[in-house]
Design a protein around this ligand. Structure first.
Ligand code: ZN
Length: 188
């Protein structure tokens, strides 16, 4: 027996109008905030993150057939280079919410409502990648230095800026200009 959810849960969708009326159908587009962090891996859906649910409720003989498209956002780090990432997550699921007293189902219609929280959460958590990447071909970190290889892949400047600064300070590099500057100081 599943414990009853608090009646004002935003995941509760009323089905009184279509319950026990096979063939009836309703559609809802709802947005809820993730009530807690979903996922424990390198990426997860943060608590409070908006979750879009486009749900179709079909009354069938055994109960209410729920088909949903769910869209939200996962945040975390790239599994190769540890860069922070935030990427969209989109999943679909279909679950039958059976009528109480009918055949055993994972989900039941309760108090003329279906509670989408568990199937929404489970379908999202199952879709989160174990090895998320910031980009499909992320080269990861240099095994010896630990430096991010995407950064060093940029074209290198011909002269290191520190070396260029040293060159300007070398006396015989721009001899004439330096002597002229020294002359000016002596005259004033
Ligand atoms: Zn990466």
């Amino acid at each position: 027996m599943v414990a009853k959810k608090h009646l004002n849960s935003p995941f509760l969708i009323p089905v009184r109008e279509i319950a026990h009326r096979s063939g009836e159908m309703r559609e809802h587009d709802i947005e809820v905030a993730a009530p807690e962090q979903w996922g424990e891996g390198l990426v997860s859906v943060p608590q409070g993150e908006p979750v879009q649910i486009d749900v179709r409720l079909e009354s069938v003989h055994e109960g209410i057939l729920v088909t949903a498209e769910v869209a939200t956002r996962m945040v975390g780090v790239c599994g190769r280079c540890l860069t922070d990432i935030a990427q969209p997550v989109e999943v679909e699921f279909q679950e039958l919410f059976g009528y109480p007293g009918g055949e055993a189902n994972d989900f039941e219609v309760q108090d003329d409502h279906v509670d989408l929280e568990t199937p929404v959460r489970d379908s999202i958590v199952l879709s989160l990648p174990f090895q998320p990447v910031c980009q499909p071909d992320c080269p990861g970190l240099d095994p010896s230095t630990g430096v991010k290889l995407t950064d060093s892949a940029e074209p290198e400047t011909p002269i290191d800026p520190r070396w260029a600064a040293l060159q300007a300070l070398t006396p015989d590099h721009d001899d004439t200009a330096q002597r002229r500057a020294a002359d000016d100081t002596e005259k004033s």
